[in-house]
Design a protein around this ligand. Structure first.
Ligand SMILES: Cc1cc2nc3c(=O)[nH]c(=O)nc-3n(C[C@H](O)[C@H](O)[C@H](O)COP(=O)(O)OP(=O)(O)OC[C@H]3O[C@@H](n4cnc5c(N)ncnc54)[C@H](O)[C@@H]3O)c2cc1C
Length: 430
């Protein structure tokens, strides 16, 4: 039986960080007649914790907060949350074509001076290009179109001479930008780098330097925001249909119909596919939903009796072209006895000499491959963990992957209007 709820001023769809921040801001601005409708039985969307056997937790989704995340840091302070710094003492490890090389600091200064110098030079060039990158309001210029038609890979191929530099860009692109460089728009790359604070911030984040995590996990931000909303946050309510009328919007969930003067859809455009919208959205908003896809990857945690890598002078930060983990860092919170490593591996994508193959499908083989890779990089203690946990967001019902993949042409085809309001419908989403 369908039941109909009373009209409210605003309905926000999605209780991830962006939906809850939207609701919180509206509430503070005096728009208190609002509801947040969430498909899952929990808040947080792509942020979530997993309870370990030892009673501690690890973060399955979004976690790291860089120094440029000024609004998120301010939100944390407002919600009385603290953060802890990640360990970056010791040497990082870079495994390339079967060789394990160790380096100190955020720059891979290993025993390949030519490759290192080549990579550094490409960083300087990219930083210069970032400063000339067109902003959001200038997406319809020829310059923007040219940058958007170029892949990061073709720029890397033009700007580097060594295989080492190309491998580093392949790993960095795949993990921090959501796709291998051949699938990434150069325009998107530059805009993303500008957002996070430039090339220097990107480098620091690879070694865990400057990165922090929220105590209790980043999903705690959402829990506290939802707590302040009380029963205006409604769970187990997947929105199936949105119908716009002249003076209101009607929303259908499982067994219940809601009406609001305005609606905010707060999720990645790639995840809007479960909702039908009538009349259909204008072309830019529709195209972004149809064409944007998400990166498919496992986030893996391995728990050890102690952070054994530290006594070997290692930081726990690794990068590898053999994998299956592309990148790891030390996820041990200060004061913890057990050591935790966290890393990412691809679940799909083309084979490449610069990237590990996608992870084995068989879970036993996958675990074994992860532990062997860690042992090559950090030592044989890696073969005997206390606990192993992996999360594949592409297996989730309401999330299609980790972070969006901005392929060439998408930003300029959809234009700067892709997030503009469509009648009474508005868009949020990180
Ligand atoms: C493994 C992983 C690691 C990451 N690491 C980092 C990191 O270190 N730092 C960083 O900054 N970012 C990171 N991210 C990205 C970050 O987590 C996201 O950008 C952010 O959490 C997205 O918030 P959001 O509110 O925009 O979307 P989401 O969190 O995806 O929220 C959307 C919400 O909408 C709900 N929903 C979907 N469909 C419906 C429907 N039909 N009806 C009702 N509700 C619906 C979903 O259940 C979800 O709760 C990571 C993400 C992943 C997955």
């Amino acid at each position: 039986m369908e039941t109909e709820a009373a009209m409210v001023d605003v309905i926000v769809i999605g209780a991830g960080l962006s939906g809850l921040v939207t609701a919180r801001r509206l509430d503070k601005a005096g728009i208190t007649s609002l509801l947040v409708l969430e498909a899952r039985d929990r808040v947080g969307g792509r942020t979530n914790i997993h309870q370990l056997e030892n009673g501690r937790y690890v973060e399955e989704g979004g976690q790291l907060v860089g120094p440029e995340y000024k609004r998120l840091i301010a939100l944390g302070e407002e919600l009385r949350m603290t953060t802890w710094p990640h360990n970056d003492h010791g040497k990082a490890v870079f495994e390339r074509r079967g060789r394990v090389m160790k380096f100190r600091g955020s720059m891979p200064w290993f025993d390949d001076p030519l490759g290192s110098a080549d990579f550094t030079q490409s960083l300087v060039r990219l930083d210069r290009l970032c400063k000339r990158c067109p902003d959001t309001d200038a997406l319809d210029t020829m310059e923007a179109a040219k940058l958007d038609a170029t892949t990061l890979a073709s720029w890397v191929n033009r700007s580097t001479k060594t295989a080492t530099a190309r491998t580093l860009w392949a790993i960095i692109g795949t993990l921090t930008l959501g796709a291998p460089p051949g699938d990434l728009s150069l325009l998107y790359t530059l805009r993303h780098l500008n957002l996070i604070g430039g090339v220097a911030t990107l480098l620091a984040s690879l070694s865990g330097g400057d990165e922090r995590s929220f105590t209790g996990g980043s999903a705690e931000l959402s829990r506290r925001m939802a707590g302040d909303l009380g029963d205006r946050a409604v769970f187990d309510s997947p929105v199936a249909a949105i119908r716009q009328y002249d003076d209101h919007v009607q929303i259908d969930t499982r067994g219940r119909t809601y009406s609001a003067r305005r609606v905010v859809i707060a999720m990645s455009p790639a995840d809007r596919g479960t909702i039908s919208v009538d009349p259909q959205l204008p072309l830019p908003q529709r195209s972004i939903g149809e064409q944007l896809s998400m990166m498919h990857a496992y986030k893996v945690h391995v728990v050890y009796p102690e952070p054994f890598w530290r006594s070997r002078g290692l930081s726990g930060a690794t990068m590898s072209d053999s994998g299956p983990l592309l990148l790891t860092w030390d996820d041990t919170a200060p004061g913890e006895k057990q050591g935790v490593l966290v890393g990412f591996m691809r679940t799909d994508g083309p084979r490449s000499v610069d990237l590990p193959d996608p992870a084995p499908e068989d879970p036993v083989q996958r675990r074994q491959a992860v532990l062997s890779g860690l042992a090559r990089a950090l030592g044989d203690e890696a073969l005997s963990p206390d606990e192993y946990h992996e999360k594949n967001w592409s297996d989730e019902r309401w999330t299609t992957g980790c972070v969006p993949r901005w392929s060439p042409g998408l930003l300029t085809t959809c234009g700067s209007d892709y997030a503009a309001a469509a009648g009474r419908l508005h868009f949020a989403g990180s």
